[in-house]
Design a protein around this ligand. Structure first.
Ligand code: HEC
Ligand code: HEC
Ligand code: HEC
Ligand code: HEC
Ligand code: HEC
Ligand code: HEC
Ligand code: HEC
Ligand code: HEC
Length: 266
């Protein structure tokens, strides 16, 4: 009797201890290795479906062992990512690796897309920055202590423009700027407040301060261009346009209350 046949008989005797699955789920009748290809056994039916790079790994990389019996103890494999992979973050980010990683690669080419799922999508100039400019060396500031408020990261930027010019002290940067560049300002959402890029007021003003915003530090303090600032809104002409309108007064807040969308009779 050949050596192989003896082993085979021994193994068949031990069959129930090797695995409950029929040997033919993985082996051919010709040889123990290589395994049958395509493999009749479907790993997706285990507690650990193989995805990404795991589909390329050999069985014994996860179901290892020095003896044949050990290698068939399939249920002994752990399912937690960090039971097979070292947590290079020293548990700083918790146990749930999949919150940030997938099984494709640890180095994340798709981080821009993933970042878009946080409260702070990387847009404009932020998209071009090295991660460490916001997250510190070795991602020491990845969660918890990182703010999404423009002013928290751009405190210095504001201090500089205030000290060198007449910039507003208003810290709500996103109200007037976008993340592409500080200049030019971006007031594209202004039409939701009061239309100045469409309708009657489109192109009728030259600067925010001179015509409408009286106090650069308080943009809620506005003028409707009264008292000669805006030719069309001079007092006598405006009064005569409201001959038949009850409750009319020549006062900015009153104009806005009746004309919140900048049109004639709204
Ligand atoms: C779920 C799949 C699976 C089933 C079912 C299975 N095996 Fe295996 N078997 C393997 C894997 C994986 C290896 C390791 C392959 C390697 O070393 O590359 C292996 C290796 C072996 C080896 C060692 C081959 C060598 O050259 O090192 C023997 C012998 C063996 N199996 C016998 C059996 C017998 C007998 C049965 C049925 C009782 C069985 N196997 C059922 C997957 C399976
Ligand atoms: C990337 C790691 C990995 C690779 C590669 C891998 N497995 Fe698994 N396998 C696991 C994990 C984890 C489990 C879940 C163990 C459990 O049931 O708790 C598992 C479960 C199994 C089970 C079911 C065990 C049970 O009792 O339910 C079998 C059978 C199995 N694997 C066979 C294979 C074979 C055959 C291959 C190669 C074709 C393979 N595995 C490749 C990680 C892997
Ligand atoms: C049972 C062990 C095991 C578990 C559990 C496991 N992996 Fe793996 N993983 C492997 C093996 C083995 C490889 C292939 C290693 C190699 O080729 O260097 C691998 C490869 C990878 C790779 C590719 C590595 C590279 O350098 O390209 C990534 C990414 C990965 N795993 C992520 C994960 C994530 C995320 C989890 C949790 C969902 C996880 N793994 C769970 C064993 C495991
Ligand atoms: C809060 C998000 C987050 C969590 C959770 C997280 N990681 Fe990471 N991990 C990162 C970031 C960001 C990098 C750097 C990626 C890069 O440089 O492209 C990284 C890198 C890695 C790398 C090395 C990449 C390289 O340079 O080779 C490994 C390995 C890794 N992580 C493993 C883990 C494991 C294991 C877990 C779970 C215990 C885990 N990570 C949890 C965010 C996270
Ligand atoms: C301009 C600043 C900035 C840059 C550049 C930046 N991030 Fe972030 N990142 C943030 C902020 C702010 C948060 C917090 C968002 C939140 O609370 O949801 C964050 C959150 C994260 C998180 C945590 C996600 C989670 O689920 O907890 C990870 C991981 C991350 N960033 C990775 C990266 C990587 C990788 C890069 C480089 C490709 C990068 N970031 C570049 C500002 C930045
Ligand atoms: C987590 C920190 C962080 C937050 C939050 C943040 N930024 Fe930034 N931003 C940076 C860093 C770092 C740079 C690059 C260094 C610099 O120019 O100050 C930058 C650069 C910029 C630039 C480009 C500046 C230039 O000179 O090209 C603009 C514009 C900008 N940010 C606008 C914003 C706006 C608007 C917000 C609020 C929506 C915001 N940032 C929130 C960290 C942040
Ligand atoms: C109420 C509107 C408003 C707010 C709020 C605002 N800014 Fe500005 N900012 C402006 C205007 C208007 C300019 C002049 C734009 C130009 O010259 O194109 C300007 C210019 C700047 C400039 C100079 C741009 C250049 O290249 O000359 C920087 C830097 C700047 N702002 C930063 C900030 C930061 C940081 C914040 C928040 C902490 C902020 N701004 C909040 C309206 C605002
Ligand atoms: C109490 C409500 C009310 C107030 C206050 C008011 N308006 Fe009017 N306004 C109207 C109404 C109604 C009309 C349409 C009158 C008509 O067609 O006879 C109108 C007409 C106008 C027109 C003419 C529009 C056109 O298309 O011909 C202008 C310009 C105007 N208002 C500007 C102002 C200004 C500037 C103020 C503030 C000084 C102001 N309104 C205050 C209700 C008001």
């Amino acid at each position: 009797m050949s050596y192989t046949a003896i082993i085979l008989m021994f193994l068949l005797a031990q069959q129930s201890q090797l695995t409950d699955l029929p040997c033919s789920s993985c082996h051919t009748s010709d040889n123990w290795t290589p395994l049958a290809s395509p493999l009749p056994f479907n790993h997706d039916q285990t507690l650990f479906p193989l995805r990404g790079r795991h589909t390329k790994a050999a069985c014994i990389q996860c179901h290892g062992g020095t003896t044949v019996t050990e290698r068939h103890r399939f249920s002994a494999a752990e399912t937690e990512c960090n039971s097979c992979h070292m947590d290079i973050h020293y548990s700083d980010f918790g146990e749930d690796c999949q919150r940030c990683h997938d099984t494709e690669s640890w180095v994340m080419d798709n981080w821009w897309r993933k970042h878009d799922l946080t409260l702070f999508p990387l847009t404009g100039a932020h998209r071009l920055l090295p991660c460490g400019d916001c997250h510190g060396a070795q991602f020491s500031r990845i969660t918890g202590n990182l703010t999404t408020d423009c002013y928290d990261c751009h405190t210095q930027t504001l201090a500089e423009v205030i000290s060198t010019g007449d910039h507003t002290e208003n810290t709500d940067c996103i109200f007037c700027h976008n993340t592409r560049a500080w200049s030019p300002v971006d007031m594209s959402h202004h039409d939701y407040l009061f239309p100045i890029y469409s309708g009657n007021h489109k192109g009728t003003w030259t600067s925010c301060e001179a015509e409408c915003h009286i106090d650069p530090n308080d943009y809620s303090n506005f003028s409707c261009g009264l008292n000669g600032v805006c030719h069309e809104h001079n007092e006598s002409q405006t009064n005569s346009e409201h001959d038949d309108v009850g409750n009319y007064v020549y006062e900015s807040q009153a104009c806005f209350n009746c004309h919140s969308s900048g049109g004639g009779g709204d």
